[in-house]
Design a protein around this ligand. Structure first.
Ligand SMILES: Nc1ncnc2c1ncn2[C@@H]1O[C@H](COP(=O)(O)OP(=O)(O)O)[C@@H](O)[C@H]1O
Ligand SMILES: [Mg+2]
Length: 375
């Protein structure tokens, strides 16, 4: 099912949580909404679900305007971080719940529901645990059951809000691969919310990078990492180093020296150079490159992080060198970035996160109540 978000705005008591957001979700894709806390990911997911309604704009499921339809009419499946399973129900009953509460004629027979639950347990690799209760499962197993429950109703769209957020790092990584496999088998259109860039980049076909209620960029993991289109995306995804520079005569300047980087087509004036700290070429001397004295050097796992003092008071820059590089003792280092990007200083470089109040627990309870009454 294709989902189109068209010029959606969402205000809470005049506070705009989403500004004019548009997004086309393709049928069968796994798309991740990635951004810091408070960037509007959950708000957008709830609008797609029908748990809340836009202040302006529309949400289409295929060609039909779903903006005012209920959760049930949209037929979406959810998994949330804390969306607890029903404690007093067995695993099989949890999975069958959405089918069991369907009105008369559309409700499958008990035997069919049982069969469907058992197929889904196979799919999520928990066969044999039908009769367990949630308290007898690990956190990771519970989230697998929650996914099976979301899939039982054969949703048109599957919505996952930080589903692995409460689990420890290793289980998260396992579940990430597992979810990708399940997605490849079942092909549901899936929207996955996370603030964890590694999770988004590894899991998703496309990543939607959000900041302060706006979409900054939509693209594959390679697109957003290799060709970030804004200072925010450059800074948010992967490591980045920045250097305040000046554009003059189509060249970049650091104080009174040209650093040998062309800046054709950019407006003259202040700008910021961005590059990846590991993506550099060392140079012997420096006619037209960046040079500085080593201010600090520390080993971090497999690399050496070196801070260079390149002149002005704010102009410290971090690069990554091989561990064996004698940076600690080497007074001066000259280099050129391999790939880089220059952004004119026309707006705040990395916006401050919006004031954030974590209301996710309340929301989950609300969702649980809703699902229990609307299924
Ligand atoms: N029900 C609500 N009432 C008031 N403000 C809200 C509500 N839900 C979210 N917000 C605000 O909207 C912004 C986006 O929140 P949210 O979508 O939960 O962000 P994310 O999921 O990216 O962390 C935040 O500033 C948050 O405080
Ligand atoms: Mg959220």
């Amino acid at each position: 099912m294709e989902v189109s978000v068209r010029n959606v705005r969402k205000e809470f008591d005049k506070f705009p949580a989403l500004h004019d957001v548009s997004l086309d979700i393709r049928s069968g894709e796994l798309i991740a909404l990635l951004g810091p806390s408070g960037s509007g990911k959950t708000t957008l997911l709830r609008l797609i679900a029908g748990l809340d309604f836009p202040t302006a704009g529309a949400i289409l499921f295929g060609d039909e305007d779903a903006s005012r339809k209920s959760v049930q009419e949209r037929n979406v499946g959810f998994v949330f971080q804390h969306y607890a399973l029903f404690r007093h129900m067995s695993v099989a009953d949890n999975i069958g719940f959405g089918l069991q509460v369907r009105p008369g004629a559309s409700r499958p027979s008990k035997a069919d529901i049982r069969r469907r639950a058992s197929e889904l347990l196979d799919l999520v690799q928990l066969s044999g645990l039908e009769n367990r209760f949630p308290s007898q499962l690990s956190g990771g197993q519970r989230q697998r059951v929650a996914l099976a429950r979301a899939l039982a109703i054969e949703p048109r769209v599957l919505l996952l809000d930080e589903p692995f957020g409460a689990l420890d790092a290793q289980v998260r990584r396992e579940l990430r691969r597992w979810l990708r496999e399940i997605h490849d088998q079942t092909g549901h259109t899936t929207v996955f919310v996370t603030h964890d860039q590694e999770e988004a980049l590894e899991l998703a076909d496309r990543v939607v990078v959000m900041s302060q209620g706006r979409i900054e960029q939509v693209g594959s993991a390679d697109d957003v990492y290799d060709s970030p289109n804004s200072p925010f995306v450059y800074g948010f995804i992967g490591d980045s180093s920045t250097l305040p520079v000046r554009v003059e005569n189509g060249q970049l300047w650091l104080q009174d020296r040209s650093i040998g980087i062309e800046a054709k087509g950019l407006p003259e004036g202040r700008a910021t150079l961005y590059f990846r700290p590991h993506d550099i070429e060392l140079r012997d001397g420096c006619g037209g490159c960046i040079a500085g004295t080593v201010a600090a050097s520390r080993r971090v796992a497999g690399t050496r992080r070196v801070e260079l003092d390149v002149g002005g008071a704010r102009d410290r820059i971090e690069i990554e060198l091989p561990v064996e590089h004698p940076a600690g003792t080497n007074g001066r280092i000259a280099f050129r970035p391999g790939k880089w990007k220059v952004f004119p200083d026309t707006r705040a470089l990395v916006p401050e996160p919006a004031p954030f109040e974590d209301t996710s627990d309340d929301k989950d309870q609300e969702i649980e109540r809703m699902l229990a009454t609307t299924f």
